[in-house]
Each structure stands twice: as structure tokens, then as C-alpha cells.
Design a binder for this molecule. Structure first.
Ligand code: GLU
Length: 448
């Protein structure tokens, strides 16, 4: 009853934080066999401690637009769990950001980061600032104001933010510039996802997408299948989808469906040419809300306002856009379509009941986002190492590390599930493996 009691208590305490409750339930329920085998966890009140961020920082961010109008946003940084390393995780600038979203992402990040095998704790931050339609100088002023509030809480050994939705290389540059200005020191280990000229790592922009494909290759290998000729449906067309498209094309597969908030594109021939991939990158920079221009440019089908879950002419689905993108209705359609691989990429893209439903179905392999997308933050940790050593690794070196990391994550997840008699259950396996590492570190460090 320990798990049930904790979840019920959390539901009462945090009834207004649905995303956070969903993330906690998934991890605790999946790690059930491990938790039940360790009665000392209950004595140490471990689950409640794991569900409570070490620190949640909330601050005011005031900035002036190009017309001279003053705006006030809320900024957050959640330092969720530092048991295995400095807090590490991205910043999300998006209109819908609130405390529940930042907390759920910080919680997820903790177990994802543990899976990388590298010494990074879990954190997340962001703001309800809406970057769409903002000029470059507005973005600059916002980032400077945001960092002026945040800089005193972060550092290479304390907390290392990076990008997430709405925060890319440009924003990281502005944030780093302001940090350096305030501190008067060149401490580039304080942020990752930086430009190459001041300590960024090669392959970091591609890492999440590449890592997802490397992980997928391990799943396919396990099933005696191969990636060559596979048709992939990816939701989203951001940075992560871009990496997937590139690596899939390189390995002889093709992304034939992708989507945006405005609807989805079906390109039978696949997004495989450099021209198409570059067009998507440009389209995304100009307008993160509409992917229809691609269909117009390359003469393929665009379905307005719909999602493509349930289409029959794909082999692999990779939800790579936002949280809770796939609900139970979609999940049923996916099952009916006969698709064999459901590989989550975005953080928590599947509503809890939909994920539970898909996991129970025969003939469909479900892989969880916290394992599949861990290559992004994993390469961020490699960026931290390079900064600490004051050197640069080559593309090949970083890619080799990334590949090994994804192979290990898949293997460790598989072995963790097997150890508890769960078969090839990648969701349970990833949660058990990540949980175990964090739990061990917390227990060994005493009660606090
Ligand atoms: N926001 C990304 C993630 O969810 C990257 C975090 C990082 O590189 O620190 O993992």
C-alpha cells in the first residue's frame, strides 16, 4: 500500500498539478517491483522525498517591447533532485508554462538523466513568455532580464540549464552573455547547447533526434528487424524531429508523416533530401505554428487541424511534439492500424491511460521518452565535460559516445525489466533503472 498511499497523498496535496501527478504515477507504478523489494524505502520516506523538489525558484521577469510597452512574465527554475550531480535540464519559454509543467519536466528529467549513466541531477525551468512573433531585440531583452533573476542560483557545479521549447542556440547565447556580464567570469560550463565559438559541443543540436534513432535501432535489432526501408511518422517539426529526419534518411529509412499545431503533412516519398530537411529547418525558424508551407512547396498532402495517429501506411510512430499529444482514442486507432513500434520522444507525449493501454497490447512495442530522448541531455553532459577539460571533441568522438550511451540505456532498461520478471518491457525497465540509481544515491547520502 506504500505506493498507493503516497500517490493518494500527493493527489490531495497537488490536485491542481495534473501533469506532475501523471509523471509521478508513471514512475512509481513502473518501479513498483523494485520499490516493493526494498522495505527500507518506506522507512526513509523515499517516495515523498522523491516527489518533492529540493527547491522551486519563481521570479518576476520584466522586459520592454519594441514599442516601449512594459511586460511582466513569470520565470521558474525547479532544482528537482541533485543526488547524482548538479541539477541539469532545459529552459522552456512557452505561453502555457506553469508550475505543474515545470515540476513534471524536472521530475522526468531526474530519472532520464540518471539513465544516461552520467553525473547529472534533474532540473527544469522556463517562463510563460511567448516567443512567437517577437523581434530579435525583444528576445534579447527578455533573455537578459531572465538571466538577471536566475544567475545567482546556477553554476557549473550547481545547476546547468540548457534549451528546451522556445530556447535554442540564439537564446542560450543571449543568456550566457548576460551571465558573463553579471559575473565577470568566463564560466561556460554554466549552460549547455552553446554556440561552437564559446564552448558548445558538436552534435548537440542533432543529439536528441540522433539518439532516438540509435535507440530505435536497438529495439529493431532486438526484434530481428532493421531500419532500412521503414516509414516513420513523427509528430512535430522542431529540433528533435529534424534530427530524426536526418538520421533516418542517412540509415535508409524515411519520415513520411510529420505535423505541426496546424495539421499534418503526408509525404509519401519521405523527408529524405537535404533540400527538404533544410526547408523544414527554415520553416520552423520563421513560424513554429504552421507546417503547411512544406506541403505547398513539395506538392504533397496536408490535412488541416488533424493528427495522423492511426494511419496505416507507417511502420513506426514517434511522437516528438508536446506532452499529452496522444490520448486513449488515438491509442485505440494506433492499435487498430497494426503499427508495430510506438517510440515516445517528446517528454510525456502519451496520456497515462493511453500509455497503459498501448503497453498492454500484443504486437506493439512501446518505448518511453525518458529513455529515447536522453541522448540530448546526455550530449549536454558531454559538453560539460569538454568545458571542464577546456577542449573540444570531434564530431566522430561525440557521436560515438552518444551511440554507446543509447545502446547502454536500451540494454540497462531491458535487463532491469528482465530482473523483475517483466519481459521486454522498456517502459518499466527504464523507470526501474533510473529510479534505482537515484534511490541508491539518496539513501546513501542520509535523510534530508
Ligand atoms: N531540454 C532537453 C531535455 O529535455 C535538454 C536538456 C539539457 O540538455 O540539459 O532533455
Amino acid at each position: 500500500m506504500y505506493i498507493e498511499n503516497t500517490i493518494n497523498e500527493l493527489k490531495l496535496k497537488y490536485e491542481n498539478e495534473p501533469e506532475f501527478l501523471q509523471a509521478v504515477e508513471e514512475v512509481f507504478e513502473s518501479a513498483r517491483p523494485l520499490i516493493e523489494a526494498h522495505p527500507e524505502y518506506e522507512k526513509a520516506d523515499l517516495l515523498m522525498r522523491m516527489a518533492e523538489p529540493e527547491r522551486m525558484i519563481r521570479f518576476r521577469v520584466v522586459w520592454t517591447d519594441d514599442e516601449g510597452k512594459v511586460h511582466t512574465n513569470v520565470g521558474y527554475r525547479c532544482q528537482f533532485n541533485g543526488a547524482i550531480g548538479p541539477y541539469k535540464g532545459g529552459l522552456r519559454f512557452q505561453k502555457n508554462v506553469n508550475e505543474s509543467i515545470i515540476k513534471f519536466l524536472g521530475f522526468e528529467q531526474t530519472y532520464k538523466n540518471a539513465l544516461t549513466g552520467l553525473p547529472i541531477g534533474g532540473g527544469k525551468g522556463g517562463s510563460d513568455f511567448d516567443p512567437s512573433g517577437k523581434s530579435d531585440s525583444e528576445i534579447l531583452r527578455f533573455c537578459q532580464s531572465y538571466m538577471t533573476a536566475l544567475y545567482r542560483y546556477i553554476g557549473a557545479d550547481t545547476d546547468v540549464p540548457a534549451g528546451d521549447m522556445g530556447v535554442g542556440k540564439r537564446e542560450i547565447g543571449y543568456l550566457f552573455g548576460q551571465y558573463r556580464r553579471l559575473k565577470g567570469n568566463f564560466e561556460n560550463g554554466v549552460l549547455t547547447g552553446k554556440g561552437l565559438s564559446y564552448g558548445g559541443s558538436l552534435i548537440r543540436p542533432e543529439a536528441t533526434g540522433y539518439g532516438a534513432i540509435y535507440y530505435l535501432c536497438e529495439v529493431l535489432k532486438h526484434q530481428n528487424d532493421t531500419i532500412g526501408g521503414k516509414r516513420i511518422g513523427v509528430s512535430g517539426y522542431g529540433n528533435v524531429a529534424w534530427g530524426i529526419m536526418k538520421k533516418a534518411a542517412e540509415l535508409g529509412a524515411k519520415v513520411t508523416y510529420f505535423s505541426g499545431p496546424d495539421g499534418y503533412v503526408h509525404d509519401e516519398n519521405g523527408v529524405i533530401t537535404e533540400e527538404k530537411i533544410a526547408f523544414i529547418e527554415e520553416m520552423r525558424k520563421n513560424d513554429p505554428m504552421h507546417c503547411e508551407p512544406y506541403a505547398k512547396k513539395f506538392g504533397c498532402e496536408f490535412v488541416k487541424g488533424e493528427k495522423f495517429w492511426g494511419v496505416k501506411d507507417v511502420d513506426i510512430l514517434m511522437p516528438a511534439a508536446v506532452q499529452n499529444d496522444v490520448d486513449l482514442e488515438h491509442a485505440k486507432k494506433i492499435k487498430e492500424s497494426g503499427v508495430k513500434y510506438y517510440i515516445e520522444v517528446a517528454n510525456m507525449p502519451t496520456v497515462y491511460e493511453a500509455l497503459e493501454y498501448l503497453r498492454k497490447q500484443e504486437g506493439i512495442i512501446v518505448a518511453p521518452s525518458k529513455a529515447v530522448n536522453a541522448g540530448g541531455v546526455g550530449v549536454s553532459a558531454l559538453e560539460m565535460s569538454q568545458n571542464a577539460m577546456r577542449l573540444h571533441w570531434t564530431k566522430e568522438e561525440v557521436d560515438e559516445h552518444l551511440k554507446k550511451m543509447m545502446v547502454n540505456i536500451h540494454r540497462e532498461s531491458m535487463e532491469a525489466a528482465k530482473e523483475y520478471g517483466l519481459g521486454y518491457d522498456l517502459v518499466a525497465g527504464a523507470n526501474i533503472a533510473g529510479f534505482k540509481r537515484v534511490a541508491e544515491a539518496m539513501i546513501e547520502q542520509g535523510i534530508f
